[in-house]
Design a protein around this ligand. Structure first.
Ligand code: ZN
Length: 315
């Protein structure tokens, strides 16, 4: 059986990496993720205070920014607007959220039910953590679908799509200005394309090599990516009948690999530490609002909570 794309391209080899570079990344793999968050946040603060430090040039992003958020999460949206503004990106980021349709979808045949497990397809053999799609995951899904619809039906070509806990790191402006250029967007215009700006913070953020686009490399960059109207339309159409993965797996492993994808290295936006701290215990992740035809079969804690799995997802 062929390896999935993320397994084939997990360890992207950076041009110019030497033994010292790899040693720094190996050390980062051994560091607690919380400590990395603190270190990167402090570095970003210092970078923003430097006189004359660059900011992101986003004048060519004609659609601006859309932010996936919940109406009840005003503080998180304020955080996102502060982050965007601090780095020179548009401060206006309309919130996109799902509403009552979440329950309609959740209780319909448009959301995969157990059995079988939506992750591995197994029934008796499944040992996956969280092997049913939860209400929260469906809400996240429908928020993204609403954002894609806004893009697909709107008059603009390119958008920055962020989740409301995005946090930029010290090289954000340098990487943005070097990689997300008018020339790149012009080259990709008309065909589905997604530029993965960043993902879950871990060892590959420890990277002082020059910015580089890695064509074809898969990373879970749901919380910060640049995509065009064609990509949004394809994502919308492909998820119209059935949700059978988490939204990040669907976007980045199922659909995006069929099109042009360009992760940025080093990745610069990541999630804020708040997400790490606010992850609920697994026993609170079960559906709370409506029942499914079959209750959750497994809500064991995913081992990758403490050390990210390396795919850049939130597992
Ligand atoms: Zn499974």
């Amino acid at each position: 059986m062929p390896l999935p794309p993320w397994a084939r391209r997990l360890d992207f080899a950076r041009a110019g990496a030497d033994e010292a570079f790899h040693a720094r990344q190996r050390a980062a793999r051994r560091s607690p993720v919380g400590r990395l968050h603190e270190e990167f946040a402090a570095e970003a603060e210092r970078a923003l205070r430097e006189p004359g430090a660059p900011r992101c040039d986003a004048g060519h992003l004609d659609g601006g920014v859309l932010c996936v958020s919940l109406a009840s999460c005003a503080a998180r949206r304020e955080h996102t607007l502060r982050e965007l503004g601090a780095w020179g990106l548009p401060r206006r980021a309309p919130a996109v959220e799902a509403d009552l349709e979440v329950l309609e979808w959740y209780n319909s045949d448009r959301v995969a039910k157990y059995p079988p497990c939506f992750r591995c397809g197994g029934i008796m053999t499944c040992l996956c953590p969280n092997n049913v799609l939860l209400v929260e995951q469906v809400a996240n899904w429908l928020s993204f679908r609403r954002a894609w619809r806004t893009m697909a039906e709107g008059p603009h070509d390119w958008y920055l799509l962020v989740e409301d806990d995005v946090k930029f790191t010290r090289r954000a402006a340098e990487c943005w200005n070097a990689l997300v250029t008018p020339a790149l967007l012009q080259r990709c215009s008309g065909l589905p394309c997604i530029v993965r700006c960043g993902w879950q913070l871990w060892w590959d953020y420890v990277d002082d090599l020059p910015p580089e686009l890695a064509e074809g490399v898969v990373r879970m960059s749901n919380h910060c990516s640049v995509l065009n109207r064609s990509m949004a339309a394809d994502l919308l159409q492909a998820s119209d009948r059935l949700l059978s993965d988490t939204s990040d797996v669907f976007v980045h492993e199922r659909v995006a690999p069929r099109h042009r994808i360009s992760p940025c290295f080093p990745p610069s936006p990541t999630t804020s530490r708040a997400r790490l701290q606010s992850r609920p215990p697994s026993d609170r992740r079960a559906p709370r609002v409506m029942t499914q035809t079959t209750p959750p079969q497994s809500t064991r804690r995913c081992a990758s909570r403490r050390a990210p799995c390396g795919r850049g997802c939130s597992c």
